[in-house]
Design a protein. Structure first.
Length: 134
């Protein structure tokens, strides 16, 4: 196989590792592995879901909604945040289908979409346990 200059530099670096006997073969093996994991379809979904969990207010909102459905004003009171702040985070969670909102009189109430939360837990657990790659 013919390698580019950059690939040869990487192979040369790999050859300096103690436990690699054939750096070219090892390079071929790990680049195939890289192609495999970069093309896993679940990664984009997992990444978007993890983004939702990247802000403490969204984690708190999910925690609160796991106990019971709530209206926005309840979330405001519990979290001590403004309506616009709460609505911003609710929109992100709703766009990912982690929660759903519905009108009840003048107020919008929110609840967990259990199926979506279970899907996230499965994706995350599979990724952590490396089951997706086997």
């Amino acid at each position: 196989m013919e390698y580019s200059k950059k690939e040869m530099e990487l192979i040369t670096t790999l050859a300096k590792c103690e436990d690699i006997e054939d750096a070219s073969a090892y390079y071929d093996k790990i680049t195939e592995y890289g192609k495999k994991i970069l093309n896993e379809s679940y990664l984009a979904s997992l990444s978007k879901l993890l983004e939702a969990f990247s802000h403490v207010d969204r984690i708190l909102i999910l925690r609160i909604l796991m106990e019971k459905d709530r209206c926005v004003c309840e979330l405001e009171a519990i979290l001590g945040k403004s309506q616009s702040n709460i609505s911003y985070h609710l929109k992100i969670l709703e766009n990912l289908n982690l929660i759903k909102g519905w009108k009840k009189g003048k107020f919008t109430h929110y609840s967990i979409v259990q199926k979506s939360l279970e899907h996230f837990k499965d994706l995350f657990n599979n990724w952590i346990n490396d089951e997706i790659f086997n």
